[in-house]
Design a protein around this ligand. Structure first.
Ligand SMILES: *Cc1c(COP(=O)(O)O)cnc(C)c1O
Length: 469
């Protein structure tokens, strides 16, 4: 489409001046929450975008349209960001949805404390400077039986710190079957190199034997490392060496064993019908002297990296200056302490730790929730059908396991599944479902108790919204 230079100039001139745009009535409410200088900046951005669009052959938007756009950009800037959503994907540990949900009691309590001054590094008995890790160390000793422990920003930081402490300018011996990549740029071989350690690969992708480790040990060895293959499983003709089998070799050679558990659980997940894996307390009892895992996977806490093990090794890590750069903040520390404390509750973790509540819900309970949802949303336009199904656990845990679940399939006479999914994401409280075959569906597995009422309200509102279009 070619236009004359005249027409172009005319369209550009039709755009309002910044001041005139800001006088629009739609921007009056915005001035209550956003200072004038930022409103001006946003109006300039919107006008600049319009100018660019006009140069590409578009028309000048109406004043009302421009004002509405400015209001939206302002609202997003001041009130956008991380928002509560309803997780109806069925994936209880959804990395894009913040991994493990926290209990509201834990979150409120920890937030209220850490919004004010807190005793993070103050010994209240003596009034002297205290040990930042003391309280969490006590809890981890009680819960896992470890001699000592340390908490950092996340498990990636824990891995980096352990490697840097024990294998910098030395070698880490690791099986080729455990060269893991966890989504979002955590690649073990690269972390090892970043830590200043050399990587000594042993075995093959599918089979690694104790003798492979033994043959690799030299005066340069810093660690015998095991990494949990969190998001894949090698099946068929395979062999790997459990970390506890490396302990004898460690005794012979003096090279310590380190196991990166990934998603360390304090609960036996076989109770949920998932493939059994040793709990953190079992790994500690086996005698693995250095173990690390995430705070926000099956532990059900905030983002954190937890290192448990023998005191002499933890003390060595505490001496590492990198610790200062990887240290956990007071809010996460408060959340982690309270999460660990809920494991001590007489009602048990399944009642108090949301991730274990979700994993322990029976298929009958999920069916009941699905049927309640359908019964209370007798909607005209959306046809709701409860069905049995299965869901993945997610979050680098149990990669090949599926949990039985119930879903509600949604059928609309005009809207295709992806259009429905989009509509649900744009609700005031966005709802994330999943597409199963050619149906959009809401999975009951990852719904928290407080989600159901909100989901029902959303579904009813949604129907009216579709009606009015
Ligand atoms: C998830 C995972 C990590 C990374 O942990 P973050 O807490 O996400 O930093 C490292 N190693 C393994 C084996 C994992 O499963």
């Amino acid at each position: 489409m070619s236009r004359s230079a005249d027409q172009l100039q005319q369209s550009l001139r039709a755009l309002p001046a910044v001041d005139r745009l800001l006088q629009h009535e739609l921007l009056e409410p915005v001035s209550l929450f956003l200072a004038r200088e930022w409103m001006t900046l946003m109006a300039r951005e919107v006008l600049e975008d319009s100018r660019a669009a006009i140069r590409q052959g578009g028309d000048a938007p109406e004043l009302d349209v421009l004002a509405a756009r400015v209001a939206e950009v302002c609202r997003e800037l001041r009130h956008g960001g991380i928002r509560r959503v309803i997780n109806a994907t069925g994936i209880v540990l959804h990395t894009n949805l913040g991994r493990s949900p926290l209990s509201l009691d834990v979150a409120r309590d920890a937030m209220a404390a850490s919004a004010q001054s807190v005793s993070v590094e103050m010994d209240l008995r003596t009034g002297e400077r205290g040990n930042r890790y003391e309280s969490v160390q006590r809890l981890l000793s009680v819960l896992t039986g470890c001699e000592s422990s340390l908490v950092v920003n996340n498990n990636a930081a824990a891995v980096l710190l352990v490697l840097n402490t024990f294998a910098r300018d030395k070698e880490v011996i690791l099986s080729r079957g455990e060269m893991i990549e966890i989504g979002g740029s955590f690649r073990l071989p690269e972390i090892i190199l970043s830590s200043g350690a050399g990587l000594r690969e042993v075995g093959t992708t599918n089979r690694t034997h104790l003798k492979d480790y033994r043959n690799a040990v030299s005066s340069r060895s810093g660690l015998l490392m095991k990494a949990h293959t969190s998001n894949y499983r090698v099946e068929g003709f395979t062999h790997s060496v459990p970390a506890q089998d490396l302990l004898d070799l460690s005794k012979e050679t003096g090279v310590p064993v380190y196991e990166d558990l990934g998603s360390g659980s304090l609960i036996d997940i076989a109770d949920y019908g998932l493939t059994s894996e040793p709990t953190v307390q079992q790994v500690v009892a086996f005698g693995i002297p250095i173990v690390s895992f995430s705070g926000d996977k099956l532990l059900g806490g905030p983002q954190a990296g937890i290192i448990v093990g023998e005191k002499r090794f933890i003390d060595a890590i505490l001496e590492n200056h990198l610790l200062r750069a990887l240290r956990i903040d007071k809010v996460s520390m408060a959340l982690l302490e309270r999460t660990l404390q809920t494991y001590l509750d007489p009602a048990g973790p399944q009642a108090k730790v949301p991730i274990h509540f979700l994993l322990s819900r029976s298929v009958d309970a999920l069916e009941q929730t699905a049927r309640e949802l359908v019964a209370r949303c007798e909607s005209v336009q959306l046809q709701l059908e409860p069905r049995a199904g299965s869901s993945a656990v997610g979050g680098g845990a149990c990669p090949t396991d599926e949990l039985s679940t119930w879903v509600v399939e949604l059928i609309h006479p005009r809207l295709k599944p992806d259009a429905l999914a989009r509509r649900f994401r744009s609700l005031p409280t966005p709802v994330l479902g999943r597409i199963r075959g050619d149906r959009f569906c809401l999975d009951m597995r990852a719904l928290l108790p407080q989600d159901l009422e909100e989901l029902i309200t959303s579904l009813r509102g949604m129907d009216e919204e579709i009606d009015s279009r």
